[in-house]
Design a protein around this ligand. Sequence first.
Ligand SMILES: C[S@@+](CC[C@H](N)C(=O)[O-])C[C@H]1O[C@@H](n2cnc3c(N)ncnc32)[C@H](O)[C@@H]1O
Length: 236
Amino acid sequence: MFDPKARYVRSLFSKVPLEYDILLSLLSFAQDRRWRAYVVDHTRQKLNERILDVATGTGLLAAEFARIVSRDGFVVGVDLTLSMLKTARWRLQARNVGERVDWVLARAENLPFRDDCFGSASISLALRNVSSAQMTFREMSRATVPGGVVISLDFARPHSRLFQIFYYDYLLGLFPFFGRMVSEAWGRTLSYLGRSILRARTGEQIANLLREEGLVDAVSVPLTAGIVCAVYGKKP
Ligand SMILES: C[S@@+](CC[C@H](N)C(=O)[O-])C[C@H]1O[C@@H](n2cnc3c(N)ncnc32)[C@H](O)[C@@H]1O
């Protein structure tokens, strides 16, 4: 893999899969469950017998999808970090939903699927991490059937200036501090995540990317005081 950002991101995430779920829950004050429930609600429809979750990490969202697909349905989780996928596989097996999910080691920008084969495609808390958001949406849209939904959930910057003061202190100060208490690898990962959140696109910018890739009815919905934003559009 010659892409320097992809190499860097993979090196960060390859050392943190075991603690990822618990730390995400602690650092988001357990809001991450609500965010995932929102994504599942907004992609729940008949077309969703086959669901693609890009940059699936430890499979938290894939597990939620696996619970709602019909007996004939299935979920595919894609990630570029093998240790994240391995953790996802055994966690979902332990939760008895593993049989409905296939795991694929691949890059979001170059998905190894034919056109029009998934009812919906999601990417959660990872758009900041991919090397090309545009190529990622292009690929997600290509692999989704007409009428299907492409959805991104990602960290954003809150609207309130007052809240921003506390939140940015939290991201740049406490976030990496907690990380270092767990391990050096987590210190590095959370310091990167905090900085990447400050550079995150706005919901409207993400909606525009979806529109550029030909998706229609794109909307962005801020959640939890705007610290995350769900953005989705439909393939015509
Ligand atoms: C913060 S985790 C998010 C995991 C999960 N989606 C969630 O909501 O908890 C980011 C994940 O994106 C993956 N990732 C980053 N860039 C990627 C790319 N270009 N292609 C595929 N996966 C990527 C990383 O390996 C990591 O597992």
